[in-house]
Design a protein around this ligand. Structure first.
Ligand SMILES: NC(=O)c1ccc[n+]([C@@H]2O[C@H](COP(=O)([O-])OP(=O)(O)OC[C@H]3O[C@@H](n4cnc5c(N)ncnc54)[C@H](O)[C@@H]3O)[C@@H](O)[C@H]2O)c1
Length: 289
């Protein structure tokens, strides 16, 4: 299904590492909807991942940049504007990493240098990207900036570790900068709080498969996939959401409004995994309860 939703729009996409990445799906879908894009990632991720395949598919370029490095970001924005021949319309920040998670250090035993890196990469980089874009007046009026978040910013989910703190900061930056950029240039800034999704970053979280299974059993619509997430983000880049700003928008199949589902309750009552709860146990034929 394509509707030319982004026809004539141009955007910069951070964070496509490989075909599982949420940013990868956004890039593919944005181009299918008529957008022109530029891709970026760190030099190491460009080497290790498969972003050049995506660039070829999307007929575009990849500009290396570490999102924590302001000089890199200045060069990135300059080169992106050069490529587009002027200003552009949207930015996707799909960047996250915690050295504490990577090294298996738990929340009650954090390394503080790593914590500073987690916050810089996963949250403050969002501020840096927006600040550089604004200083360079890189975005058209009514442009749109989106970053990816997770519900651990609001609620404690064991295993998400210091990324929870990073996501809380990320969402706060969307509000604080959303006011400034919105007032001045009508640029909107939002975060999308996505279901657990099987990607390289997601898979690094302790107990990730159980977390996915739990949230699937709790969400009336089931977990949102990376493809679903891309579709939602496209709507935020489109002209149909011009007055939506400074929001953290849940894209999670209903998980964030649930307390306990029948399906999850049965799982715990019977000591079953949720897949063992058979469909014929639901009188109205609903699978996700
Ligand atoms: N996968 C999930 O379950 C899930 C759920 C909610 C939110 N998110 C968020 O979605 C975003 C994208 O993650 P993903 O799940 O697609 O995983 P991913 O591993 O495919 O993407 C993470 C990206 O961050 C990039 N990155 C890391 N450090 C960087 C730096 N210094 N500068 C620039 N880029 C850097 C990596 O190269 C990679 O491309 C992250 O913010 C993540 O926290 C993921």
């Amino acid at each position: 299904m394509t509707n030319n939703l982004l026809k004539g729009k141009k955007g910069l996409i951070f964070g496509a590492l490989n075909e599982n990445s949420i940013a990868w799906k956004v890039a593919e879908r944005a181009v299918a909807e008529g957008a022109e894009i530029v891709l970026t990632n760190t030099a190491a991720s460009i080497r290790m991942g498969t972003i050049s395949e995506l660039a070829e598919k999307c007929s575009t370029i990849v500009i290396p940049a570490d999102a924590t490095n302001v000089e890199d970001l200045e060069n990135l924005i300059d080169k992106t504007m050069e490529h587009f021949g002027g200003k552009f319309d949207f930015i996707l920040h799909s960047v996250g990493m915690s050295p504490n998670v990577r090294k298996g250090l738990t929340y009650d035993n954090l390394n503080y240098e790593y914590l500073a890196k987690t916050l810089d990469i996963s949250a403050i980089s969002f501020h840096k990207v927006i600040q550089v874009a604004r200083h360079k007046d890189a975005l058209n009026e009514w442009g749109s900036i989106v970053a990816l978040s997770y519900i651990a910013a609001q609620r404690t989910l064991y295993g998400y570790n210091d990324m929870a703190d990073a996501k809380a900061l990320l969402e706060s930056i969307a509000r604080s900068f959303g006011y400034i950029y919105g007032r001045e240039r009508h640029v909107r800034i939002n975060t999308v709080s996505q279901s657990p999704t099987p990607t390289t970053a997601g898979g690094g979280v302790l107990g990730f498969n159980d977390l996915m299974e739990f949230s699937e059993s709790m969400s009336p619509l089931g977990n949102a996939s990376a493809e679903d997430c891309a579709d939602y983000i496209l709507s935020l880049f489109s002209d149909y959401t011009r007055k939506v700003t400074m929001q953290n928008l849940y894209h999670d199949g209903g998980f964030s409004s649930m307390g306990m589902s029948r399906r999850a309750m049965r799982t715990y009552e019977k000591g079953l995994r949720f897949d063992d709860v058979k469909e014929n146990q639901y009188p109205f034929g609903h699978k996700a309860e």
